[in-house]
Write a protein that binds this ligand. Structure first.
Ligand code: BGC
Length: 349
């Protein structure tokens, strides 16, 4: 339940207005979301001293979201993460997608969901629903998918993101939210001293294009093991091939026991502030991305977003699922609904 108000956030280069929806719960926690890209623009946690702690790394201006984005806060889709070779088949029909990464792979649906103005509505309990119906075939991707993303903020400091998508054609559906978090505050430096626990005893190894090579590997005995709380920075630069290939953590972890019910996937904590974030999801995977590719671009309050100043826990079907029959399937029939929920739950001092 939140009190939700809207305000003009800014303008896109074509003159269209971006509207921001600010949800506030009874504790004074604030979550702001935008109709542009259905972004999470800001999460502010109330502090004992009466101030607020901004725990997302991103932008406070329209230009940032439009032109300087590495998906900060974005909804990515219709297929988040990567599709190898930018192609797949459905029922023997081949689809060639635009390849927006190194001209070899398709990443985050070519930014389609991220750089679109969504329709917005606010319900009586303060939840904000964004809706976008994509044209069939855009970027080579099949299906006129009708997508709805609903953000709601509970009085228990849980931010829930619910997705409901349905296509007019059989297709793959795999949206995610790509918020970068820094639980010590957006301008506190890198996230290497955070601790992280992942409910994942396996991960999907990748090649030099970050495309899964097939199957999954146990994390046990490797720097990928976060089954107990571990400091992110302790092993991020370990001499381990999977970390060398990606320049640090940037992998899909297979959530243990995933069965479609909401379950704990990850817990992150800042030792500096004591803020803890639990991530629950109904999905089978979570991409732990340590912000390795951030390179000093201008972010909130004009501050640089340096390498590893934020981390993402992107809940998802596994990357390149359309080309990996051994992975849990996200192929949906015409008229069949894709539904998922992910919750970011905050607690601490
Ligand atoms: C990917 C990273 C990529 C980032 C921003 C993450 O989902 O795994 O490799 O750099 O998104 O595009």
């Amino acid at each position: 339940m939140s009190k939700t108000v809207s305000a003009v956030f800014g303008a896109l280069s074509d003159g269209k207005t971006i509207t921001k929806y600010i949800m506030e719960n009874k504790n004074g926690m604030l979550v702001s979301v935008l109709d542009y890209g259905a972004h999470v623009q800001s999460i502010q946690l109330p502090r004992e001293n009466g101030g607020k702690l901004e725990v997302t790394v991103g932008f406070d201006d329209a230009d940032g979201f439009e032109h300087r984005s590495n998906y900060q806060g974005a909804i990515a889709g219709p297929y988040a993460n990567r599709i190898g070779g930018g192609r797949f088949e459905i029922d023997g029909v081949g689809y060639e997608l635009d390849k927006n990464e190194k001209k070899v792979t398709t990443l985050h649906g070519c930014g389609e969901y991220t750089h679109t103005l969504w329709d917005a509505s606010v319900s009586d309990d303060g939840a904000v629903t964004f809706r976008y119906v994509r044209p069939d075939g855009l970027h080579g991707y099949p299906g006129a998918i009708d997508a709805r993303v609903t953000y709601s903020l509970g009085d228990d400091d849980r931010l829930s993101i619910r997705y409901d998508c349905v296509s007019d054609k059989k297709t793959y559906i795999n949206p995610t939210n790509h918020t970068y978090f820094n639980l010590a505050g957006f301008d506190s430096g890198d996230i290497l001293s955070h601790t992280l626990q992942l409910n994942a005893s396996r991960f999907t190894p990748v090649d030099e294009y970050s495309i899964p090579t097939g199957g999954s590997l146990p994390v046990e005995g490797t720097p990928m093991d976060f089954t107990s709380p571990s400091v992110i920075g302790d092993r991020i630069d370990a001499d381990f091939e999977q970390l060398r290939l990606t320049g640090g953590y940037d992998h899909n972890f297979c959530i243990d026991g995933a069965d479609g019910a909401l379950r704990l996937a990850a817990t992150a904590r800042s030792e500096a502030t004591g803020v803890r974030m639990n991530v629950y999801t109904t999905l089978p995977g979570v991409q732990f991305y340590a912000g390795n590719f951030l390179n000093g671009g201008v972010g909130r309050e004009g501050k640089p977003m340096n390498r590893r100043c934020g981390f993402c826990l992107e809940t998802q079907y596994y990357p390149d699922t359309p080309n990996r029959p051994e992975f849990p399937s996200c192929l949906f029939d015409a008229g069949e609904h894709y539904r998922s929920e992910t919750v970011y739950a905050f607690s601490g001092e």
